[in-house]
Structures are given as C-alpha cells and as structure tokens.
Ligand binder design. Structure first.
Ligand SMILES: Cc1cc2nc3c(=O)[nH]c(=O)nc-3n(C[C@H](O)[C@H](O)[C@H](O)COP(=O)(O)OP(=O)(O)OC[C@H]3O[C@@H](n4cnc5c(N)ncnc54)[C@H](O)[C@@H]3O)c2cc1C
Length: 402
C-alpha cells in the first residue's frame, strides 16, 4: 500500500492518520477536509469557546508542525464529492481527484435542520467552528434564546447562554430533558436548569417558526408563541455520507461497516460519527456520535486497513458539562431499559441501566469514582441484579414515551 487517503480532517481522521504512522506505515497519507482550517476539537464549541470566544489555536487537535513531521499532506477546504472504488479514485469538489490504495471514511456528521428555518438569520445550528462564531456573535447581543431540543448540545448551549446573562427557554417534544436517560436523570436535569433560571417546556412540539425582522417567532403546538432573538435548533446529527451516493460503499444511517470497521469494499474502512457497525459486546448495531468513540475507531480502522482486522468491541463513553453538573455516561442506554438509581441527591446522581438481565449502561453525575466500577460491570456483562440489588429505587422501563 503506497497511499492512504483519509476523508474528513477532524477527530477520527487525525486519529487514523496518527495510528497509521505509529503502526509503521511509511507511504503517503493525505488528509482531505471540507473545512478550510486545521483539524480542531468540537466539545468546547457549546461550552467555554461559546462563552469566552472561539480561539482557533486553542481548539487545534495538532499543531501545524505535527502534520509536517508526520508527513501528512493536508488538503483543506476541499470536499470529497464522489468515490470510484473500482479505479480507487476519490473525486474532489474542485474537479480534481486523488488515487488511493487505502481510504478512511471519517466525514462525521452534520446538524439536522428544520427545513422551514433555512433562510432565517436568527436560527442557528451548532456543529462547526463557523457555526460557533456566528452563534456567539448573536448571544453576546443578549436577549432571549430559544433552544429547540433538550439533548446534550441544546442543554449545554442553554447553560452557557444563561451564564452569559440571556433569558433562555428550552423546548422539547419528549416528556423530560435528556429523555433517553430515563425519568430520574430527566427530572434531575430539569431541576438543575430551572434552578439556574432556564425555562424548560417539555411534551411540547414546535408547530412552526417564522422570521420577524431580525427575530424569530417560535410557535408551539400548545398555541404559545415564543419571541426569540436567537434560536438554536439542537435536534441531533445525521451522518455526512451524501458524497458516497452512487459508490459501492453501502450507507444506511451511516456507513455500514463490518465488525472490524471495514466496509466490504476492498481498501476502504470507516471511523467516527459516520460509521455504523455491529458491537458484539452489546449484540447491537450502532452509530456513536461521541468524542472518545471517534478517537478509538480512528485507531482501530487504521489497524484494519493495515491488515490487522479485529472486531471493534467497545463500551461507549461520553461526557457533558452543564452548569455545575458533569455527567459521565458509559455503555448503551435506551428508553426501554430498566433503571436502578444507586444514588441521588441535589448535587449528584448515579444510575445503572439493564436489559435482558445484564447491566448495559450507567450515568454518573458529579460522581466520577463510580464510573470505573460500572464500566467494568458493563464490559464483564454483569447480571443487572448484582448492581441493582441494593438500589434505593429501581424502575422499569426507563421512561414512558409520550
Ligand atoms: C458542539 C459540540 C459539542 C460536543 N461536545 C461533546 C462532549 O462534550 N462530549 C462528547 O463525548 N462528544 C461531544 N461532541 C461530539 C464529538 O465532537 C464528535 O463525536 C466528534 O467530533 C466526531 O468526530 P468525527 O471525526 O467522527 O467527525 P467530525 O468531528 O464531524 O468531523 C468530520 C469532518 O469531516 C469533514 N467532512 C464532511 N464531509 C466531507 C466531505 N465530503 N469531504 C471532506 N471532508 C468532509 C467535516 O467538515 C468535518 O471536519 C460534541 C460535538 C459538538 C458539535
């Protein structure tokens, strides 16, 4: 193999490039990225960088010298538009193309949008450096922020905006914030946000959004109209795989990978937010949109590409920071799980999640010490009763759907 092209110059892509070198690959590595800036990390975009200003150099994943030292050629500001897997050629927007022997798909995800809002200046999504700059520019003007979607990006942004002194309302169609973690975690986060002055409106959908000068009117399905200076739509991400349409790489809510992150197409692997694979540890096909997964899968996909295929079996992990709460989550959680609350007070909460009698997930809020034990329990497929046996409260399922 003489040349590996990595498509997507961000976390999974940089991790794959680094791992290729660490494993001794000494051919060409070309890192192709649609954004015209050095690879950067995204978590601060809804937290410190939004509050304090987006400092490009502080967000960088690697310094410019690193790419030179590692012999990684950067092709930034160039989006991949098509893949010819027969002749092993990647086509770029500028009408140019690059041949490859190995290819890593690491194009991540993009924000899901509400089609009715596309041309409204007051309405934002938050995925990129540029999104964060635009959103910050709006937030420093103050006023009322309406967040549509009480998932982790919506709630982090709500917390940051409250810290900047804005009036904030969060609207979600589900019965509680962070709904998939169940009613206990949902209630805990509702209380946290309300104590800090955020208005939480749940079990309520957005009927329509209308531009009103520089502002937007958010009309709820209860008939209430929220007048917003700024709206953040935080309703999840979709995999950035449109450029693979017409290629031999199969996509269905992400690139469909084998358990080792190969794609079934010779010389092509995938990693990060864009990859969907079967995780045997959970007997489940999944796509994970979190930081640690992107790093680990970049490393793993590099190994597979270099002829060391092993199934990628991981316990997913993510964190979110909102006001004084640091939530750490391990494993796999869905609204159908049985929940055992192992500890709960005003400043912390620990919950374990089980299905088919096995512990599959855990949430620790301001409780870092419990995390490692629960992570091991998940990896070891520990019976749920062994964890939940002494729980002060156990409920099933996690949360009723509306
Ligand atoms: C605001 C925000 C806050 C977050 N906070 C947390 C957190 O607190 N904890 C946590 O665990 N996770 C967090 N995440 C998630 C985490 O950042 C992502 O899981 C991670 O960035 C995924 O890395 P990736 O490399 O797979 O994809 P991405 O980071 O999405 O990178 C993909 C790259 O590919 C490029 N690309 C797309 N299409 C093309 C194309 N056709 N050609 C060339 N390049 C292309 C994109 O421009 C992008 O640079 C957060 C994400 C966001 C947006």
């Amino acid at each position: 193999m003489n040349r590996v092209v990595v498509v997507g110059a961000s976390l999974a892509g940089v991790s794959a490039a680094e791992s290729l070198r660490e494993r001794g690959f000494d051919g060409d590595i070309v890192l192709v990225g649609a954004e015209d800036r050095l690879p950067y990390t995204r978590p601060p975009l809804s937290k410190a960088a939004l509050a304090d200003g987006v400092d490009e150099s502080a967000l960088r994943l690697r310094e410019p010298a690193w790419f030179e030292e590692q012999g990684v050629t950067l092709r930034l500001g160039e989006a991949a538009t098509a893949l010819d897997t027969r002749d092993r050629v990647l086509r770029l927007g500028a009408g140019t193309s690059i041949g490859y022997d190995g290819l890593v798909i690491a194009t991540g995800s993009i924000s899901r949008r509400m089609p009715m809002t596309l041309s409204m200046p007051a309405v934002h999504t938050l995925r990129t450096h540029d999104d964060a700059c635009r959103l910050r520019e709006a937030l420093v003007r103050g006023g009322h922020l309406v967040v549509v979607g009480a998932g982790f990006i919506g709630l982090e942004t709500a917390a940051t905006a409250r810290g900047m002194g804005l009036e904030v309302t969060v609207v979600d169609v589900m019965p509680a914030p962070m709904h998939r973690f169940g009613e206990h975690v949902g209630a805990w986060f509702r209380d946290l946000h309300e104590r800090n002055g955020v208005r939480i409106v749940c079990s309520t959908g957005v009927d329509s959004l209308r531009a009103h000068g520089d502002r937007a009117h958010v009309i709820l399905d209860t008939g209430e109209t929220l007048i917003a200076d700024t709206v953040l739509v935080g309703v999840g991400g979709i995999p950035a795989t449109a450029w693979l349409t017409g290629s031999a790489v199969r996509c269905a809510d992400g690139v469909r990978c084998e358990p080792d992150l190969s794609t079934g197409v010779p010389g092509v692997v995938a990693a990060g937010d864009a990859a969907r694979w079967h995780n045997a540890l959970f007997a489940e096909t999944m796509r994970v949109e979190h930081w640690t997964n992107a790093v680990e899968q970049g490393v793993h996909a590099a190994g597979t590409l270099l002829g060391e295929p092993r199934p990628f079996e991981s316990v997913p992990y993510f964190w979110t920071d909102q006001f004084e709460a640091k939530l750490r989550c391990v494993g796999r959680i869905s609204p159908e799980d049985t929940v055992a609350v192992l500890r709960r007070d005003a400043s912390s909460l620990v919950a374990a999640y089980g299905r088919d009698g096995i512990v599959r997930g855990a949430v620790c809020i301001n409780a870092p010490r419990q995390l490692a034990t629960l992570r091991s329990a998940i990896a070891d497929r520990t019976p749920f009763r062994d964890i939940a046996g002494h729980a002060p409260s156990a409920t099933s399922p996690a949360a009723p759907r509306r």
